[in-house]
Design a protein around this ligand. Structure first.
Ligand code: UD1
Ligand code: CA
Length: 461
C-alpha cells in the first residue's frame, strides 16, 4: 500500500446530491442517472469508499428514497430545500459534529473523479496546511463553471461563480470542479457564516475560500484533468461523461489483457470484469454484472449482461446473454441465440437461432438450431432441465416444466411436453406420409388452374 491508499481514519466524505437537477428535465434525481451501467451517485460513493474514510454522509433532497437506498448503510441527511451547495454542505456538518481531520466534499454530479486524484488533493492540503484545497481544471470551454482566482504564487484567493463574475473573471480559464478537501476544525464555522447575497440568492460553498482567507488561513488549488472533473448538468453532458468513462474502461480492459480491434465500438459497464487473453469483436455491448473468463472470444454485435462466461467459451456473433446466465468452460453460444437465467455446462453448444430461458443444459449437450424453451405459460415461468450429452434436434419446442435426461435424443420439429428418460429417443410430431407417384398429377392440376386464371383476367381486359 502506498501512502495515498492507506485507510484514512481521519477522513470524512460528504457527497452532495440534493440538487433538483432541473436541467436534466427528468423525474429521476440527477444523481440516479446512469453512467456505464451505474448511477452517478454510486460512482462517487465507490470512489469515496476506495479511500477507506471513517465516515461518509450523503446529502439528498426530500423524496429521493432511491438515493437513500444507494447510500445505505452510510449516513444520509436530507436537505429540505435546495438553497445551494454551501447550505447542502452545512447540512452534512450536522452529521459530522465533533469530527476532526479532513472533510472531503464531492458532488453527485461529478462522477469521473478517481481515488488517486482525491488522495493527491488530500495530501496537498495537509502538506500546505491549507484550510481548503480545491480541485481545479482547465476545460476547453469553461462555460458556466465557477472561476478560480489565484495570486502570482498560486494561492487560491477566491472562487467567483459564473453568474456573479465580471468579464475579466469570466476570461479566466482555471475553473472550479466543485471538489474540495477542507480542515474539519474550520469548515463548520466557515459554512455557518455564508450568506446568500449573490445573483442566485444561494448559499455558495465556494464562498468559503474567501472567508477562510479573510480569517487568515491559506487556500490552494490543485489542478486535475478535465476527463475526471467534468460536471453533469444536462443530458448532453451526461453523454460526454459516458464517452470519457467508456474510453477509460476500454483502456483498462486492454491493459488487463483484452484484445479489441475496434475498442471505440465496444461499450462496457463500470463493473464488467475480464480475465486475460480475451478477444472482443466490434460492436459488443456489456450491461451490468458481466464476468468474462480467460481465453473467451466474443464476436460482433453481442449483448451481454448479468452473465458469467467461463474460460474458453465462444459467444456470438449476435448473441444475447441476459441476467442470471452462466456459460461454462468451452461452451458455445452462436448467432441469434438468447439465454435468460440459463446455465450451459462446460462444452455445451447452442449455436443457432435459439431461446433458452430458465433452463439448465448439461455438459457437451448440443442444442439444435431453432430450439425454443416455452418457459412462460402466460402466468408463471417454468424450468427446463436438460442433462449431459443430450442431443436436441432442430426446431424443438420444450414446453416447461420439462426434464430431458442425460444422453437423450430429441427428433427435429418435436414439441416436448413430457419428461424424457436418460438415453431415450423422443419424437413428438406427426408422422410423414409418402404418396408415391402423385407429384406429376398435382402439377398438371395446378398448371391448368393457372391457365384458367390468366385467360379470365385477359377476357376482363
Ligand atoms: C458548482 C459550483 C461551481 C463549479 C461547478 C462544478 C457552487 C456554488 N458552484 O456549480 O463553482 O464550477 O459546481 O461542477 O458550488 N447540491 C445540493 N444542494 C443544493 C445545491 C446543489 O446538494 O442546494 C448538489 C447538487 O446535487 C450537485 C452539486 O451540489 O451534485 C452541485 O450543484 P449544482 O447546482 O450542479 O452546481 P453548479 O451550478 O454546477
Ligand atoms: Ca453541477
Amino acid at each position: 500500500m502506498t501512502q495515498e491508499t492507506l485507510p484514512q481514519a481521519s477522513l470524512a466524505v460528504a457527497i452532495l446530491a440534493a440538487g433538483k437537477g432541473t436541467r436534466m428535465n427528468s423525474d429521476l434525481p440527477k444523481a440516479m442517472h446512469i453512467l456505464a451501467g451505474k448511477p452517478l451517485f454510486r460512482h462517487v460513493l465507490d470512489t469515496a469508499l476506495a479511500l477507506q474514510p471513517a465516515r461518509i454522509v450523503a446529502v439528498i433532497g426530500p423524496d429521493m428514497d432511491m438515493l437513500a437506498r444507494q447510500a445505505h448503510p452510510h449516513d444520509v441527511v436530507v436537505q429540505k430545500e435546495p438553497l445551494g451547495t454551501g447550505h447542502a454542505a452545512s447540512t452534512a456538518m450536522n452529521a459530522l459534529a465533533g469530527f476532526s481531520g479532513d472533510i472531503l466534499i464531492l458532488y453527485g454530479d461529478t462522477p469521473l473523479i478517481t481515488s488517486e486524484s482525491l488522495a493527491r488533493l488530500l495530501s496537498r492540503r495537509r502538506e500546505n496546511d491549507a484550510a481548503i484545497a480545491v480541485m481545479g481544471m482547465r476545460p476547453n470551454d469553461p462555460a458556466r463553471y465557477g472561476r478560480l482566482i489565484t495570486d502570482s504564487k498560486g494561492n487560491l484567493l477566491k472562487i467567483t461563480e459564473y453568474a456573479d463574475a465580471s468579464d475579466n473573471e469570466r476570461a479566466i480559464s482555471f475553473c472550479n470542479s466543485g471538489i474540495m478537501a477542507a480542515d474539519a476544525r474550520l469548515l463548520p464555522d466557515l459554512l455557518s457564516t455564508l450568506s446568500p447575497r449573490n445573483n442566485k440568492g444561494e448559499y455558495y460553498l465556494t464562498d468559503c475560500v474567501e472567508l477562510a482567507r479573510k480569517a487568515g488561513h491559506a487556500c490552494i488549488a490543485v489542478e486535475g484533468d478535465v476527463s475526471e472533473l467534468s460536471g453533469i448538468n444536462t443530458r448532453s453532458e451526461l453523454a460526454t461523461a459516458e464517452s470519457l468513462l467508456q474510453n477509460r474502461l476500454r483502456q483498462a480492459a486492454m491493459t488487463a489483457g483484452v484484445t479489441m480491434p475496434s475498442p471505440e465500438t465496444v461499450f462496457l459497464c463500470a463493473d464488467t470484469r475480464f480475465g486475460r487473453d480475451i478477444v472482443i469483436g466490434p460492436h459488443v455491448v456489456f450491461g451490468p454484472s458481466a464476468i468474462v473468463g480467460d481465453n473467451v472470444e466474443i464476436l460482433s454485435f453481442s449483448h451481454i449482461e448479468g452473465t458469467t462466461i467461463e474460460k474458453g467459451a465462444r459467444i456470438g456473433p449476435f448473441a444475447r446473454l441476459r441476467p442470471g446466465s452462466m456459460v461454462g468452460e468451452n461452451a458455445h453460444v452462436g448467432n441469434f441465440v438468447e439465454l435468460k437465467n440459463t446455465t450451459l455446462a462446460p462444452g455445451a453448444k447452442a449455436n443457432h437461432l435459439t431461446y433458452l430461458g430458465d433452463c439448465t443444459v448439461g455438459s457437451k449437450t448440443n442444442i439444435g438450431a431453432g430450439t425454443i424453451t416455452c418457459n412462460y405459460d402466460g402466468y408463471l415461468k417454468h424450468k427446463t432441465i436438460i442433462g449431459a450429452g443430450a442431443f436436441i434436434g432442430s426446431d424443438v419446442a420444450l414446453v416447461a416444466p420439462v426434464t430431458v435426461g442425460d444422453g437423450a435424443i430429441i427428433g427435429a420439429g418435436s414439441v416436448i411436453t413430457h419428461d424424457i428418460p436418460a438415453d431415450a429417443i423422443a419424437i413428438a410430431r406427426s408422422r410423414q406420409e409418402i404418396l408415391a407417384g402423385r407429384a406429376p398429377g398435382f402439377r398438371a392440376v395446378k398448371a391448368e388452374e393457372k391457365q384458367r386464371k390468366l385467360a379470365k383476367s385477359r377476357a376482363e381486359g
